[in-house]
Design a protein around this ligand. Sequence first.
Ligand code: ZN
Length: 468
Amino acid sequence: MSDAIAKPAQKVGTTAVQRCIVPACAAQFGIREQIYVCPRCGGPLEIEIPLELLKSVSGLHERWQARAASHEPRDRSGVWRFRELLPFDDTAPVVTLFEGNTPLYDAPRSAKYAGLTALQLKHQGCNPTASFKDTGMTTAVTQAKLLGARTVVCASTGNTAASLAAYAARAQLQCAILLPQGQISPAKLAQSMDYGAVVCEIAGNFDDCMRLISELADVPSIYIANSINPFRIEGQKTVAFELLEQCGWRVPDHVVVPGGNMGNSSALGKGFDEMLRLGLIDRLPKISIIQAEGSAPLAHLFAGLKPSELAADAALPDDIAPVTHPRTLATAIKIGAPVSWKKALRAVLRTHGSIITVSEQEIADAKAIIGRDGVGCEPASATTVAGIRKLTAASKIHASESVVGVLTGHVLKDPDYVSHYHRGTLSFESVTAEGTPKPVQISGAFRNAPEKVAANKEAILKSLESRR
Ligand SMILES: [Zn+2]
Protein backbone atom coordinates (compact mmCIF):
# COMPACT_ATOMS: atom_id res chain seq x y z
CA MET A 1 0.00 0.00 0.00
CA SER A 2 1.35 3.46 -0.84
CA ASP A 3 2.17 5.76 2.07
CA ALA A 4 -0.37 8.34 0.90
CA ILE A 5 -3.11 5.83 1.66
CA ALA A 6 -1.51 3.71 4.38
CA LYS A 7 -1.07 6.48 6.94
CA PRO A 8 -4.61 7.90 6.89
CA ALA A 9 -6.01 4.36 6.82
CA GLN A 10 -4.01 3.36 9.91
CA LYS A 11 -5.29 6.45 11.67
CA VAL A 12 -8.90 5.67 10.79
CA GLY A 13 -8.50 2.25 12.40
CA THR A 14 -7.20 3.69 15.65
CA THR A 15 -9.32 6.85 15.92
CA ALA A 16 -12.75 5.39 15.10
CA VAL A 17 -15.15 5.48 18.07
CA GLN A 18 -18.38 3.79 19.15
CA ARG A 19 -21.21 6.31 19.39
CA CYS A 20 -24.79 6.09 20.68
CA ILE A 21 -27.21 6.87 17.81
CA VAL A 22 -29.82 8.47 20.12
CA PRO A 23 -29.38 12.19 19.28
CA ALA A 24 -30.15 13.39 22.82
CA CYS A 25 -27.39 11.13 24.18
CA ALA A 26 -24.73 10.71 21.44
CA ALA A 27 -22.29 9.38 24.05
CA GLN A 28 -18.91 8.28 22.71
CA PHE A 29 -16.94 5.18 23.72
CA GLY A 30 -13.55 3.71 22.82
CA ILE A 31 -13.32 1.36 19.86
CA ARG A 32 -12.05 -1.54 22.01
CA GLU A 33 -14.64 -1.24 24.80
CA GLN A 34 -16.66 -4.47 25.02
CA ILE A 35 -20.16 -2.98 24.91
CA TYR A 36 -23.12 -3.72 22.65
CA VAL A 37 -25.59 -0.96 23.55
CA CYS A 38 -25.03 2.48 25.01
CA PRO A 39 -24.10 2.02 28.72
CA ARG A 40 -25.70 5.41 29.44
CA CYS A 41 -29.12 5.21 27.79
CA GLY A 42 -29.39 1.68 26.34
CA GLY A 43 -29.55 3.04 22.77
CA PRO A 44 -27.95 1.30 19.78
CA LEU A 45 -24.26 1.94 19.12
CA GLU A 46 -22.69 2.75 15.79
CA ILE A 47 -19.04 2.87 14.76
CA GLU A 48 -18.06 6.37 13.70
CA ILE A 49 -15.28 6.36 11.11
CA PRO A 50 -13.26 9.63 10.95
CA LEU A 51 -13.96 10.11 7.25
CA GLU A 52 -12.23 13.51 7.13
CA LEU A 53 -8.90 11.65 7.34
CA LEU A 54 -9.66 9.96 4.03
CA LYS A 55 -11.06 12.93 2.14
CA SER A 56 -7.62 14.03 0.97
CA VAL A 57 -6.72 10.55 -0.25
CA SER A 58 -7.03 10.11 -3.98
CA GLY A 59 -7.25 6.87 -5.90
CA LEU A 60 -9.36 4.90 -3.38
CA HIS A 61 -11.51 3.42 -6.18
CA GLU A 62 -8.47 2.20 -8.06
CA ARG A 63 -6.83 0.83 -4.92
CA TRP A 64 -9.92 -1.21 -4.00
CA GLN A 65 -10.29 -2.49 -7.54
CA ALA A 66 -6.61 -3.48 -7.80
CA ARG A 67 -6.80 -5.51 -4.59
CA ALA A 68 -9.43 -7.76 -6.17
CA ALA A 69 -6.66 -9.22 -8.35
CA SER A 70 -4.19 -9.70 -5.46
CA HIS A 71 -3.60 -12.96 -3.58
CA GLU A 72 -2.94 -11.39 -0.18
CA PRO A 73 -5.61 -12.83 2.21
CA ARG A 74 -7.07 -9.45 3.16
CA ASP A 75 -7.21 -8.40 -0.50
CA ARG A 76 -9.05 -11.59 -1.46
CA SER A 77 -11.83 -10.71 0.99
CA GLY A 78 -14.55 -8.49 -0.48
CA VAL A 79 -14.80 -6.90 2.98
CA TRP A 80 -11.15 -6.32 3.91
CA ARG A 81 -10.15 -4.91 0.52
CA PHE A 82 -12.15 -1.84 1.63
CA ARG A 83 -10.19 -1.75 4.89
CA GLU A 84 -9.56 2.03 4.83
CA LEU A 85 -13.18 2.32 6.05
CA LEU A 86 -13.02 -0.39 8.72
CA PRO A 87 -12.30 0.33 12.41
CA PHE A 88 -9.15 -1.80 12.57
CA ASP A 89 -5.48 -1.09 12.02
CA ASP A 90 -3.01 -3.15 10.00
CA THR A 91 -2.06 -5.33 12.98
CA ALA A 92 -5.62 -6.70 13.47
CA PRO A 93 -5.77 -10.54 13.51
CA VAL A 94 -8.09 -10.73 10.50
CA VAL A 95 -10.40 -13.78 10.50
CA THR A 96 -11.53 -14.30 6.91
CA LEU A 97 -13.04 -16.99 4.69
CA PHE A 98 -12.69 -14.71 1.62
CA GLU A 99 -16.24 -13.44 1.98
CA GLY A 100 -17.88 -10.83 -0.26
CA ASN A 101 -17.05 -10.29 -3.95
CA THR A 102 -20.51 -11.68 -4.71
CA PRO A 103 -22.10 -11.51 -8.18
CA LEU A 104 -24.51 -8.86 -9.42
CA TYR A 105 -26.79 -10.66 -11.88
CA ASP A 106 -29.07 -9.31 -14.59
CA ALA A 107 -32.47 -10.92 -14.00
CA PRO A 108 -34.65 -10.36 -17.09
CA ARG A 109 -37.48 -12.73 -16.14
CA SER A 110 -37.70 -11.29 -12.64
CA ALA A 111 -37.62 -7.77 -14.16
CA LYS A 112 -40.57 -8.55 -16.43
CA TYR A 113 -42.49 -10.15 -13.55
CA ALA A 114 -41.87 -7.07 -11.39
CA GLY A 115 -42.89 -4.64 -14.15
CA LEU A 116 -39.41 -3.28 -14.80
CA THR A 117 -37.31 -2.84 -17.93
CA ALA A 118 -34.30 -4.26 -16.09
CA LEU A 119 -33.49 -5.61 -12.65
CA GLN A 120 -30.23 -6.62 -11.04
CA LEU A 121 -29.88 -9.04 -8.16
CA LYS A 122 -26.91 -8.85 -5.79
CA HIS A 123 -26.54 -12.42 -4.55
CA GLN A 124 -25.20 -12.43 -1.02
CA GLY A 125 -26.03 -16.14 -0.86
CA CYS A 126 -22.77 -16.66 -2.78
CA ASN A 127 -20.75 -16.11 0.41
CA PRO A 128 -18.72 -18.89 2.12
CA THR A 129 -21.59 -20.10 4.37
CA ALA A 130 -24.19 -19.16 1.72
CA SER A 131 -25.69 -16.07 3.34
CA PHE A 132 -25.00 -12.34 3.67
CA LYS A 133 -24.07 -12.80 7.33
CA ASP A 134 -20.47 -13.66 6.46
CA THR A 135 -19.59 -10.10 5.46
CA GLY A 136 -20.39 -8.94 9.01
CA MET A 137 -19.07 -11.98 10.83
CA THR A 138 -15.52 -11.52 9.53
CA THR A 139 -15.29 -8.14 11.29
CA ALA A 140 -17.17 -9.19 14.46
CA VAL A 141 -15.02 -12.29 15.02
CA THR A 142 -11.86 -10.28 14.31
CA GLN A 143 -12.99 -7.87 17.05
CA ALA A 144 -13.64 -10.87 19.36
CA LYS A 145 -10.03 -12.01 18.79
CA LEU A 146 -8.75 -8.50 19.49
CA LEU A 147 -10.69 -8.38 22.77
CA GLY A 148 -9.35 -11.78 23.85
CA ALA A 149 -12.78 -13.43 24.03
CA ARG A 150 -12.89 -17.21 24.63
CA THR A 151 -16.43 -17.82 23.41
CA VAL A 152 -18.59 -16.15 20.77
CA VAL A 153 -22.37 -16.41 21.08
CA CYS A 154 -25.41 -15.54 19.00
CA ALA A 155 -29.13 -16.12 18.80
CA SER A 156 -30.22 -16.99 15.32
CA THR A 157 -32.92 -18.01 12.90
CA GLY A 158 -30.20 -20.13 11.26
CA ASN A 159 -28.01 -18.09 8.92
CA THR A 160 -26.24 -16.10 11.65
CA ALA A 161 -25.53 -19.33 13.52
CA ALA A 162 -24.03 -21.04 10.49
CA SER A 163 -21.87 -18.01 9.77
CA LEU A 164 -20.67 -17.43 13.32
CA ALA A 165 -19.93 -21.15 13.76
CA ALA A 166 -17.71 -21.10 10.66
CA TYR A 167 -15.81 -17.93 11.57
CA ALA A 168 -15.35 -19.08 15.18
CA ALA A 169 -13.89 -22.33 13.85
CA ARG A 170 -11.47 -20.34 11.67
CA ALA A 171 -10.49 -18.24 14.69
CA GLN A 172 -10.28 -21.30 16.97
CA LEU A 173 -12.79 -19.78 19.38
CA GLN A 174 -15.57 -21.68 21.13
CA CYS A 175 -18.97 -20.91 19.61
CA ALA A 176 -22.41 -21.23 21.21
CA ILE A 177 -25.60 -20.65 19.26
CA LEU A 178 -29.11 -20.26 20.64
CA LEU A 179 -31.83 -21.43 18.28
CA PRO A 180 -35.61 -21.60 18.65
CA GLN A 181 -36.28 -25.34 18.86
CA GLY A 182 -37.91 -26.83 15.76
CA GLN A 183 -38.08 -23.54 13.86
CA ILE A 184 -34.84 -23.70 11.93
CA SER A 185 -34.26 -25.07 8.46
CA PRO A 186 -32.43 -28.42 8.85
CA ALA A 187 -29.80 -27.32 6.31
CA LYS A 188 -28.80 -24.33 8.45
CA LEU A 189 -28.72 -26.44 11.61
CA ALA A 190 -26.51 -28.97 9.84
CA GLN A 191 -24.02 -26.22 8.97
CA SER A 192 -23.69 -25.15 12.61
CA MET A 193 -23.15 -28.72 13.76
CA ASP A 194 -20.53 -29.30 11.08
CA TYR A 195 -18.52 -26.21 12.09
CA GLY A 196 -18.33 -27.52 15.65
CA ALA A 197 -20.58 -25.03 17.48
CA VAL A 198 -22.34 -25.80 20.76
CA VAL A 199 -25.94 -25.79 19.50
CA CYS A 200 -28.47 -24.87 22.22
CA GLU A 201 -32.05 -25.54 21.12
CA ILE A 202 -34.18 -23.20 23.22
CA ALA A 203 -37.83 -23.95 24.04
CA GLY A 204 -39.10 -20.58 22.78
CA ASN A 205 -39.01 -18.34 19.74
CA PHE A 206 -36.22 -16.16 18.32
CA ASP A 207 -37.14 -13.25 20.56
CA ASP A 208 -36.73 -15.49 23.65
CA CYS A 209 -33.26 -16.38 22.36
CA MET A 210 -32.45 -12.67 22.05
CA ARG A 211 -33.51 -12.07 25.66
CA LEU A 212 -31.09 -14.79 26.82
CA ILE A 213 -28.32 -13.24 24.74
CA SER A 214 -28.72 -9.91 26.52
CA GLU A 215 -28.41 -11.77 29.84
CA LEU A 216 -25.11 -13.36 28.69
CA ALA A 217 -23.66 -10.01 27.59
CA ASP A 218 -22.10 -9.23 30.98
CA VAL A 219 -19.84 -12.31 31.01
CA PRO A 220 -16.40 -10.87 30.06
CA SER A 221 -15.04 -13.98 28.28
CA ILE A 222 -18.16 -14.14 26.09
CA TYR A 223 -18.48 -11.95 23.01
CA ILE A 224 -21.96 -11.41 21.56
CA ALA A 225 -22.09 -11.52 17.77
CA ASN A 226 -25.75 -10.71 17.10
CA SER A 227 -26.57 -7.94 14.68
CA ILE A 228 -26.89 -5.51 17.59
CA ASN A 229 -23.08 -5.78 17.56
CA PRO A 230 -21.89 -2.67 15.68
CA PHE A 231 -18.82 -4.46 14.26
CA ARG A 232 -21.12 -6.72 12.22
CA ILE A 233 -22.56 -3.66 10.53
CA GLU A 234 -19.03 -2.46 9.65
CA GLY A 235 -18.35 -5.56 7.57
CA GLN A 236 -21.81 -5.62 6.04
CA LYS A 237 -21.63 -1.99 4.93
CA THR A 238 -18.92 -2.96 2.41
CA VAL A 239 -21.70 -4.57 0.33
CA ALA A 240 -22.71 -1.02 -0.60
CA PHE A 241 -19.15 -0.24 -1.74
CA GLU A 242 -18.88 -3.43 -3.76
CA LEU A 243 -22.28 -2.85 -5.35
CA LEU A 244 -21.31 0.69 -6.38
CA GLU A 245 -18.07 -0.63 -7.84
CA GLN A 246 -20.05 -3.21 -9.87
CA CYS A 247 -22.34 -0.42 -11.11
CA GLY A 248 -19.31 1.59 -12.30
CA TRP A 249 -19.94 4.04 -9.40
CA ARG A 250 -23.29 5.02 -10.93
CA VAL A 251 -25.77 5.06 -8.05
CA PRO A 252 -28.83 2.83 -8.64
CA ASP A 253 -32.20 4.54 -8.15
CA HIS A 254 -33.43 1.84 -5.74
CA VAL A 255 -31.89 -0.81 -3.52
CA VAL A 256 -34.44 -3.24 -2.07
CA VAL A 257 -33.73 -5.60 0.84
CA PRO A 258 -35.65 -8.14 2.95
CA GLY A 259 -36.36 -7.02 6.53
CA GLY A 260 -35.77 -9.41 9.44
CA ASN A 261 -33.55 -8.23 12.26
CA MET A 262 -32.73 -5.19 10.07
CA GLY A 263 -28.93 -5.40 10.23
CA ASN A 264 -28.70 -5.63 6.45
CA SER A 265 -30.68 -2.49 5.66
CA SER A 266 -28.89 -0.63 8.46
CA ALA A 267 -25.51 -1.60 7.05
CA LEU A 268 -26.38 -0.65 3.47
CA GLY A 269 -27.64 2.71 4.73
CA LYS A 270 -24.37 3.34 6.54
CA GLY A 271 -22.25 2.21 3.59
CA PHE A 272 -23.98 4.48 1.07
CA ASP A 273 -23.93 7.37 3.53
CA GLU A 274 -20.15 7.04 4.02
CA MET A 275 -19.57 7.00 0.26
CA LEU A 276 -21.66 10.17 -0.10
CA ARG A 277 -19.83 11.93 2.73
CA LEU A 278 -16.46 10.95 1.20
CA GLY A 279 -17.60 12.49 -2.09
CA LEU A 280 -17.28 9.18 -3.96
CA ILE A 281 -20.97 9.36 -4.98
CA ASP A 282 -23.23 12.39 -5.39
CA ARG A 283 -26.60 11.00 -4.24
CA LEU A 284 -28.11 8.10 -2.30
CA PRO A 285 -30.21 5.25 -3.69
CA LYS A 286 -33.69 4.90 -2.19
CA ILE A 287 -33.48 2.01 0.28
CA SER A 288 -36.71 0.02 0.64
CA ILE A 289 -37.36 -2.83 3.07
CA ILE A 290 -39.78 -5.70 2.43
CA GLN A 291 -41.23 -7.74 5.30
CA ALA A 292 -43.38 -10.88 5.35
CA GLU A 293 -47.01 -10.03 6.26
CA GLY A 294 -47.04 -12.13 9.41
CA SER A 295 -43.75 -10.78 10.69
CA ALA A 296 -43.77 -7.08 9.91
CA PRO A 297 -43.33 -4.84 12.96
CA LEU A 298 -41.40 -2.13 11.10
CA ALA A 299 -43.81 -2.03 8.14
CA HIS A 300 -46.69 -1.54 10.62
CA LEU A 301 -44.81 1.27 12.35
CA PHE A 302 -43.91 2.89 9.01
CA ALA A 303 -47.52 2.73 7.78
CA GLY A 304 -48.59 4.63 10.89
CA LEU A 305 -46.08 7.50 10.58
CA LYS A 306 -47.48 10.99 9.98
CA PRO A 307 -46.10 13.01 7.02
CA SER A 308 -43.94 15.11 9.40
CA GLU A 309 -42.43 11.89 10.81
CA LEU A 310 -41.42 10.75 7.32
CA ALA A 311 -38.93 13.60 6.80
CA ALA A 312 -35.32 12.64 6.15
CA ASP A 313 -34.21 14.23 9.42
CA ALA A 314 -37.31 13.34 11.49
CA ALA A 315 -36.79 12.22 15.08
CA LEU A 316 -37.07 8.43 15.28
CA PRO A 317 -39.92 6.91 17.33
CA ASP A 318 -38.83 5.65 20.78
CA ASP A 319 -40.49 2.26 20.56
CA ILE A 320 -41.70 -0.34 18.12
CA ALA A 321 -44.67 -2.63 18.83
CA PRO A 322 -43.27 -6.16 18.53
CA VAL A 323 -45.14 -8.97 16.78
CA THR A 324 -45.53 -11.52 19.61
CA HIS A 325 -45.96 -14.58 17.39
CA PRO A 326 -44.27 -13.84 14.06
CA ARG A 327 -45.49 -16.10 11.25
CA THR A 328 -43.83 -16.75 7.90
CA LEU A 329 -42.32 -19.67 6.00
CA ALA A 330 -39.40 -17.34 5.25
CA THR A 331 -37.74 -18.33 8.53
CA ALA A 332 -34.73 -16.05 8.03
CA ILE A 333 -36.99 -13.03 8.59
CA LYS A 334 -39.35 -14.57 11.16
CA ILE A 335 -38.51 -11.94 13.76
CA GLY A 336 -41.08 -10.02 15.79
CA ALA A 337 -38.77 -7.62 17.64
CA PRO A 338 -35.94 -6.58 15.30
CA VAL A 339 -32.96 -5.17 17.18
CA SER A 340 -31.69 -2.83 14.46
CA TRP A 341 -35.04 -1.27 13.54
CA LYS A 342 -33.99 2.29 14.42
CA LYS A 343 -30.92 2.26 12.18
CA ALA A 344 -32.95 0.65 9.39
CA LEU A 345 -35.79 3.17 9.67
CA ARG A 346 -33.25 6.00 9.65
CA ALA A 347 -31.74 4.63 6.41
CA VAL A 348 -35.18 4.43 4.75
CA LEU A 349 -36.23 7.93 5.87
CA ARG A 350 -32.92 9.50 4.83
CA THR A 351 -33.18 8.00 1.36
CA HIS A 352 -36.98 8.39 0.89
CA GLY A 353 -37.53 4.65 0.47
CA SER A 354 -40.52 2.53 1.52
CA ILE A 355 -41.26 -0.28 3.96
CA ILE A 356 -44.01 -2.67 2.85
CA THR A 357 -45.23 -6.23 3.35
CA VAL A 358 -45.76 -9.14 0.97
CA SER A 359 -47.85 -12.30 1.43
CA GLU A 360 -46.60 -15.87 1.66
CA GLN A 361 -48.02 -16.56 -1.81
CA GLU A 362 -46.23 -13.50 -3.25
CA ILE A 363 -42.92 -14.60 -1.68
CA ALA A 364 -43.28 -18.15 -3.00
CA ASP A 365 -44.10 -17.07 -6.56
CA ALA A 366 -41.32 -14.47 -6.65
CA LYS A 367 -38.86 -17.11 -5.47
CA ALA A 368 -39.83 -19.39 -8.34
CA ILE A 369 -39.44 -16.54 -10.85
CA ILE A 370 -35.97 -15.69 -9.52
CA GLY A 371 -35.13 -19.37 -10.01
CA ARG A 372 -36.15 -19.09 -13.68
CA ASP A 373 -33.39 -16.53 -14.07
CA GLY A 374 -30.98 -19.26 -12.99
CA VAL A 375 -30.53 -17.64 -9.60
CA GLY A 376 -31.35 -19.73 -6.52
CA CYS A 377 -32.25 -17.94 -3.30
CA GLU A 378 -33.90 -18.77 0.01
CA PRO A 379 -37.53 -17.67 0.62
CA ALA A 380 -36.68 -14.51 2.63
CA SER A 381 -34.58 -13.21 -0.28
CA ALA A 382 -37.58 -13.41 -2.61
CA THR A 383 -39.42 -10.74 -0.63
CA THR A 384 -37.31 -8.35 -2.72
CA VAL A 385 -38.76 -9.23 -6.12
CA ALA A 386 -42.26 -9.61 -4.61
CA GLY A 387 -41.89 -6.19 -2.99
CA ILE A 388 -40.46 -4.53 -6.10
CA ARG A 389 -43.50 -5.81 -8.03
CA LYS A 390 -45.82 -4.15 -5.52
CA LEU A 391 -43.80 -0.92 -5.43
CA THR A 392 -43.85 -0.77 -9.24
CA ALA A 393 -47.61 -1.34 -9.31
CA ALA A 394 -47.99 1.50 -6.77
CA SER A 395 -45.75 3.79 -8.90
CA LYS A 396 -43.20 4.03 -6.07
CA ILE A 397 -40.72 2.54 -8.55
CA HIS A 398 -40.91 3.44 -12.25
CA ALA A 399 -40.35 0.84 -14.96
CA SER A 400 -37.25 2.49 -16.40
CA GLU A 401 -35.47 3.15 -13.09
CA SER A 402 -32.36 1.21 -12.09
CA VAL A 403 -33.20 -1.26 -9.33
CA VAL A 404 -31.06 -3.69 -7.34
CA GLY A 405 -32.58 -6.41 -5.15
CA VAL A 406 -30.34 -7.87 -2.48
CA LEU A 407 -30.68 -11.66 -2.15
CA THR A 408 -29.58 -12.69 1.31
CA GLY A 409 -29.31 -16.47 1.25
CA HIS A 410 -28.74 -19.41 -1.12
CA VAL A 411 -31.49 -21.72 -2.40
CA LEU A 412 -29.90 -24.73 -0.65
CA LYS A 413 -30.48 -23.07 2.73
CA ASP A 414 -34.09 -24.32 2.61
CA PRO A 415 -34.55 -27.11 0.03
CA ASP A 416 -37.73 -28.47 1.69
CA TYR A 417 -39.59 -25.25 0.95
CA VAL A 418 -38.55 -25.35 -2.70
CA SER A 419 -39.56 -28.96 -3.14
CA HIS A 420 -42.98 -28.43 -1.50
CA TYR A 421 -43.70 -25.37 -3.68
CA HIS A 422 -42.93 -27.17 -6.92
CA ARG A 423 -44.87 -30.29 -5.89
CA GLY A 424 -47.85 -28.15 -4.85
CA THR A 425 -47.70 -29.21 -1.19
CA LEU A 426 -46.49 -25.99 0.45
CA SER A 427 -48.75 -24.84 3.28
CA PHE A 428 -48.67 -22.10 5.87
CA GLU A 429 -50.34 -21.79 9.24
CA SER A 430 -51.98 -18.38 9.39
CA VAL A 431 -54.33 -17.05 12.08
CA THR A 432 -57.81 -15.58 11.79
CA ALA A 433 -58.65 -12.11 13.12
CA GLU A 434 -59.84 -13.90 16.29
CA GLY A 435 -56.45 -15.56 16.68
CA THR A 436 -57.38 -19.15 15.79
CA PRO A 437 -54.92 -21.06 13.58
CA LYS A 438 -55.94 -21.39 9.94
CA PRO A 439 -53.95 -23.53 7.50
CA VAL A 440 -53.41 -21.85 4.11
CA GLN A 441 -52.34 -23.80 1.04
CA ILE A 442 -49.77 -21.97 -1.08
CA SER A 443 -50.54 -22.57 -4.74
CA GLY A 444 -47.55 -23.39 -6.87
CA ALA A 445 -48.44 -20.91 -9.61
CA PHE A 446 -45.06 -21.51 -11.25
CA ARG A 447 -44.69 -25.08 -10.06
CA ASN A 448 -42.32 -27.41 -11.78
CA ALA A 449 -42.85 -30.87 -10.37
CA PRO A 450 -40.93 -33.94 -11.60
CA GLU A 451 -42.99 -36.25 -13.82
CA LYS A 452 -42.78 -39.98 -14.32
CA VAL A 453 -41.51 -40.79 -17.82
CA ALA A 454 -41.13 -44.23 -19.42
CA ALA A 455 -37.57 -45.41 -20.08
CA ASN A 456 -37.51 -44.68 -23.82
CA LYS A 457 -36.44 -41.86 -26.17
CA GLU A 458 -39.94 -41.18 -27.57
CA ALA A 459 -41.39 -40.70 -24.10
CA ILE A 460 -38.69 -38.16 -23.24
CA LEU A 461 -39.19 -36.23 -26.51
CA LYS A 462 -42.96 -36.24 -25.94
CA SER A 463 -42.45 -34.89 -22.45
CA LEU A 464 -40.18 -32.11 -23.75
CA GLU A 465 -42.72 -31.22 -26.46
CA SER A 466 -45.58 -30.97 -23.95
CA ARG A 467 -43.58 -28.58 -21.74
CA ARG A 468 -42.26 -26.28 -24.45
ZN1 ZN B 1 -26.89 6.66 24.67
